[in-house]
Design a protein around this ligand. Structure first.
Ligand SMILES: *Cc1c(COP(=O)(O)O)cnc(C)c1O
Length: 484
C-alpha cells in the first residue's frame, strides 16, 4: 500500500482549488483592514481541487464506519441510522435558524423541543425533560446536580453517591464533580447489584444510587423495584444511566420502576451515531419532585405560543449555551416519529434478540463469566484463549479487523478481566450476525493452531499493530517529519 502523504506534503506554491475571472468592478480590498483579517496563514497547504478530494477520500477509505459493516462496540450502540433523518435536519427551517432569533420567528423550533420533551416523557415514564446536555456524561452531571439541589432544598446535600462496580467510568466522575464521595457497591454472582450490600451501604448520608439498567454486563437489574425501595426508604434518590435505552424502549419505563432521574443518549439510541467526537445530546428526565430544579431555559407553551422561561428561582442554572444541540434533537424526533410506537418497541426487541443470537453462537467458544441471559449486549472474555494459548482480548480484537469487522469494546466493564463486550444493535441482519460469529470462531481456532498470527494482527490494514500509548506519551506535533 502507498503511504498517503500529509496534505502539507502534497502542497506546492501557487496551486489552488479554483480560479476566478479577473475582477471587473472596483475592488474593496482593504475595507476590513485592521479588523479580523489575516493577510496570510503561514504554511497553509496549497493544493488543487482534485488533490484535496482524493486526499480526503483516500484517508476516509482507510477508516472503518458503520456504513461499511458491523460495529459491535458494547455500550456505545454504534448502529446504522437511517439517512432520512440526516436529510430532515438540512431543511432550512432547522439548519439555518439562528440561536438568537426572536421567539416569534422560531415558534416551529420551539414546538419541536416541546414535543420532543413530551415524547421522551412518554417513552421513559417521567414528568419533565431538559434537552440541554450535550452528551451522556453531561446529562449525568446535570442529573446529580439536580439530586444535590433537591437535598439542599431539604436542608443538607448529603455526602455519598453509591455506584455499582460494573458502572461506566463517567458515573463516578459525575458524582465526584458534583461534590459527592463515591462508594462502590459490589455485584453478585449473577452480575447484578447485591441487595444485602446495598442495604448495608444505604444510609441517610447517601444522596443517590446511580444504577445502569440494563447494566454494562448487559444484565437487567430485575430487583430494580426493591432497589428503589431501599434507596427511597432512607430518603435517597435513584439515578439511572439510560445510555442503554435501546434495550428497554417501548417495553419498560424507568419512571415506572422507581427511578427519579435519568439521562438518555440520543446519540446512541435515537439516530445519531455515537463516537466521532459529537455532536451529541444527553437529555435528562425527572419526576415532579425534581422539576423545579431543571436548568434554564425551559420551553413553555402559553396558549398557542411557545416561549423560553428563565424565571425559575430554584433552577440549577444554565448548563449550556442556547438550547442544546438542536439538530441532534430534530434528528431523534424524526427517527421516533418515523418508527411510531410499534417501531420504538421493535428497537428493543431486536436489539435483545441479536445480542442473544451472538451469545448462543459463541457460547463455549469464548468464556462467559455470567450465566445470566443478555439484554442488548453480551460480555465474553479471553479466559479460554488466554489460559491455553496466551492469546489476549487485544489479539482477538485486532484479528477481527482482518476479517472486516470493527472490534468490540475491550477491557470494560472492569469486573470482567479481558472483557470482549459485544453489542450488535438492532440494525444487523441475521446474515451479518452469522458472518461475525463465523469470524470469531475462526479466530478461536487460530488461537489454538497459530497464535502467532493473532499476536501480529492486523495484517490487512494500512497500519499494523500500533503501540497503544506512544502517541499520547510522545506526541509529534509538527507536520515536518524530517525535523522530528
Ligand atoms: C456512552 C455511555 C455514557 C456516556 O455518554 P457520552 O455521551 O459518551 O458522554 C455513560 N454511560 C453509559 C452506560 C454509556 O454507555
Amino acid at each position: 500500500m502507498i503511504r498517503e502523504p500529509l496534505i502539507f506534503e502534497i502542497s506546492a506554491p501557487g496551486k489552488t482549488a479554483f480560479t476566478l475571472p479577473k475582477l471587473d468592478v472596483p475592488s474593496n480590498a482593504g475595507v476590513l483592514d485592521g479588523l479580523a483579517v489575516r493577510p496570510d496563514i503561514p504554511d497553509f497547504p496549497q493544493v488543487s481541487e482534485v488533490e484535496v478530494v482524493r486526499h480526503f477520500t483516500r484517508l476516509s477509505q482507510q477508516n472503518y464506519c458503520v456504513d461499511l459493516g458491523l460495529y459491535p462496540l458494547g455500550s456505545c450502540t454504534m448502529k446504522y441510522n437511517p439517512k432520512v433523518n440526516d436529510k430532515i435536519v438540512t431543511f432550512p427551517g432547522f439548519a439555518e435558524t439562528h440561536p438568537l432569533a426572536p421567539a416569534e420567528t422560531v415558534q416551529g423550533n420551539f414546538e419541536v423541543l416541546h414535543r420532543m420533551e413530551r415524547m421522551l416523557c412518554e417513552i421513559t415514564g417521567f414528568d419533565a425533560f431538559t434537552l440541554q446536555p450535550s452528551a451522556g456524561a453531561q446529562g449525568e452531571l446535570v442529573g446529580i446536580m439536580l439530586v444535590r439541589a433537591y437535598h439542599e432544598a431539604k436542608g443538607i446535600p448529603r455526602k455519598y453517591v453509591l455506584i455499582p462496580d460494573s458502572a461506566h467510568g463517567t458515573n463516578p466522575s459525575s458524582a465526584h464533580l458534583s461534590g459527592y464521595e463515591v462508594r462502590e457497591i459490589k455485584s453478585n454472582a449473577s452480575g447484578r447489584i447485591d441487595l444485602a450490600a446495598l442495604e448495608q451501604a444505604m444510609t441517610e448520608e447517601v444522596a443517590a444510587l446511580m444504577v445502569t439498567n440494563p447494566n454494562t454486563l448487559g444484565v437487567f437489574e430485575s430487583d430494580i423495584c426493591k432497589i428503589a425501595d431501599i434507596v427511597h426508604g432512607k430518603g435517597g434518590l435513584l439515578y439511572m444511566d439510560g445510555a442503554n435505552m435501546n434495550a428497554l424502549a417501548g417495553i419498560a419505563r424507568p419512571g415506572d420502576f422507581g427511578v427519579d432521574v435519568l439521562h438518555l443518549n440520543l446519540h446512541k439510541t435515537f439516530a445519531t451515531p455515537h463516537g466521532g467526537g459529537g455532536p451529541g445530546s444527553g437529555p435528562v428526565g425527572v419526576k415532579k419532585i425534581l422539576e423545579p430544579f431543571l436548568p434554564v431555559p425551559v420551553v413553555k407553551k402559553k396558549g398557542a405560543e411557545y416561549a423560553l422561561d428563565f424565571d425559575r428561582p430554584r433552577s440549577i442554572g444554565r448548563v449550556r449555551s442556547f438550547y442544546g444541540n438542536f439538530l441532534v434533537i430534530v434528528k431523534a424526533m424524526a427517527y421516533i416519529l418515523s418508527l411510531g410506537p410499534k417501531g420504538v418497541r421493535e428497537i428493543a426487541e431486536i436489539a435483545v434478540l441479536n445480542a442473544n443470537y451472538i451469545r448462543k453462537g459463541l457460547e463455549g467458544v469464548y468464556d462467559l463469566q455470567y450465566g445470566t441471559a443478555s439484554m442488548h449486549e453480551v460480555v465474553f472474555s479471553d479466559k479460554i484463549q488466554k489460559d491455553a494459548y496466551g492469546v489476549t482480548n487485544l489479539d482477538i480484537a485486532k484479528r477481527l479487523i482482518d476479517y472486516g469487522f470493527h472490534p468490540p469494546t475491550m477491557s470494560f466493564p472492569l469486573i470482567v478481566h479481558g472483557a470482549l463486550m459485544i453489542e450488535p444493535t438492532e440494525t444487523e441482519s441475521r446474515r451479518d450476525l452469522d458472518q461475525f460469529i463465523e469470524a470469531m470462531k475462526t479466530i478461536a481456532r487460530e488461537a489454538a493452531e497459530n497464535a502467532a498470527v493473532l499476536k501480529a494482527a492486523p495484517h490487512q490494514t494500512y497500519v499494523r499493530r500500533l503501540d497503544e500509548t506512544a502517541a499520547a506519551r510522545n506526541p509529534i506535533v509538527t507536520w515536518e517529519r524530517d525535523k522530528v
